[in-house]
Design a protein around this ligand. Structure first.
Ligand code: PMP
Length: 394
């Protein structure tokens, strides 16, 4: 085979992790209890309603659905996002403040393209979303990591990081039911974060696909809602509240940034799929998404309970874990165990899969953590899987 390696750019990370692909493969093995992929449960995806909406959308919108539309995305869909989703997070926005993206993952890529030169400093949580590290990697950022506790990013560490690195481009945070730790940033810390960003003149990237998945009906105000200086780039998505397959997310930010996103979006893929945007729009007109989210959150809450109860019952003394108030993830710290090395034995012997936490640390180093996603399995399977993990760790 022709060796392509000398032809590749310096932006390609050949050593990159295959952990996401391994997780999807593990999730397809029916014999295995996978706590891997952080995706909605298949039984909660609205198959019937979406297929009815698709037929109706074609009847209503016809050929328009099969054509180009524009790089900002469908105006009525942006209006829906502003008034029905963002308003609930206290964000005051109109359709003009939004650009539709092919998932919020694309938002991370476009942010990197717009804001990162080689070697630029960015601040990320430790741990952070591994998919963000993968997306930022080709732009060769210099990561400054800030630790977390039960209230989210530690503000004294953040302040020290900003003081030492005043040229930081942005602070990247997943403030709600964080992937991977399940931790939510407190309101006080959100306010402090905005104040620090303003003081040091640094942007904030608020990546929040899980913000509506709270188990206690209380929604934390978005960080963007606490800022009136245009510092916050807010990313949202239909992936976790409705369907990841439709690949529709959004960015909400100040006008200058939205204009830049439009240009970057046009360069990347012209626009998000017109057909899917109309399907989604019709679905949202014909169905009550708020009710669906409420029902789903009840199911996820039962699964969270099954997960933390089983962890409390069965884990040995060297294991600590978080108790998330929403979202899909529990985070385990296993003193003295390399969880990446343990994964193969977990899959082959215990017949369970998890995400080793190592990939969530931008500067590497931490080998003793595990992300468990409880969203996909029934409570009895969750309990069974956790007990198997406990036996393995013992
Ligand atoms: N950000 C975070 C924190 C995520 O967990 C995910 C999905 N795993 C994404 C962004 C990307 O989601 P999507 O592109 O499906 O909207």
């Amino acid at each position: 085979m022709f060796d392509i390696r000398p032809k590749l750019t310096s932006r390609i990370e050949l050593g990159g992790s295959d952990v996401v692909e391994q997780m999807f493969a593990a999730a397809r093995d029916p014999e295995l209890i996978s706590f891997g992929a952080g995706v909605p449960a298949p039984d909660l995806l609205p198959v019937e309603a979406m297929s009815r909406a698709t037929v109706r959308a074609f009847q209503t919108f016809g050929a328009t659905m099969l054509n180009y539309d524009g790089s900002y995305g469908l105006q009525p869909l942006r209006h829906y996002i502003a008034t029905q989703r963002l308003a609930g997070l206290n964000i005051q926005a109109s359709a003009d403040d939004i650009c539709i993206l092919s998932g919020s993952q694309q938002g991370l890529d476009l942010i990197a393209r717009l804001f990162l030169n080689d070697g630029d400093s960015i601040i990320v949580e430790a741990p952070t979303y591994p998919g963000a590290i993968n997306t930022f990697a080709p732009f060769h950022p210099r990561y400054i990591t800030v630790g977390m506790d039960a209230e989210g990013m530690k503000m004294d560490e953040l302040e020290a990081a900003l003081r030492a690195n005043p040229d930081t481009k942005f602070i990247y945070t997943v403030p709600d039911y964080q992937n991977p730790s399940g931790i939510t940033m407190s309101l006080e810390r959100r306010r402090k974060l905005v104040a620090l960003a303003r003081q040091y003149g640094v942007l904030i990237v608020e990546d929040s696909p899980y913000c509506e998945l709270g188990f206690d009906n209380e929604k934390m105000p978005a960080i963007r809602s606490l800022d009136d200086n245009g510092l916050v780039i807010h990313l949202g998505s239909f992936s976790k509240i409705l369907s990841p397959g439709v690949r529709i997310g959004w960015v909400c930010a100040q006008a200058d940034i939205i204009k830049l996103f439009r240009r970057a979006k046009e360069a990347a893929d012209f626009q998000s799929c017109t057909t899917t945007q109309y399907m989604l729009l019709q679905y949202l007109q014909d169905n009550d998404l708020d009710q669906l989210i409420k029902n789903n959150n009840r199911v996820y809450r039962e699964r969270r309970d099954a997960c933390v109860d089983a962890l409390a019952d069965s884990m040995p003394g060297n294991v600590r874990f978080t108790r998330p108030d929403g979202g899909f993830f529990c985070w385990l710290t296993v003193d003295g165990v390399n969880t990446s090395e343990l994964l193969m034995r977990a899959i082959q012997t215990a017949r369970i899969a998890y995400v080793p936490g190592e990939s969530a640390f931008a500067n590497g180093g931490d080998h003793n953590t595990i992300r468990l996603s409880f969203s996909q399995k029934e409570p009895h399977e969750i309990k069974d899987g956790i007990h198997r993990l406990a036996e393995l760790l013992k």
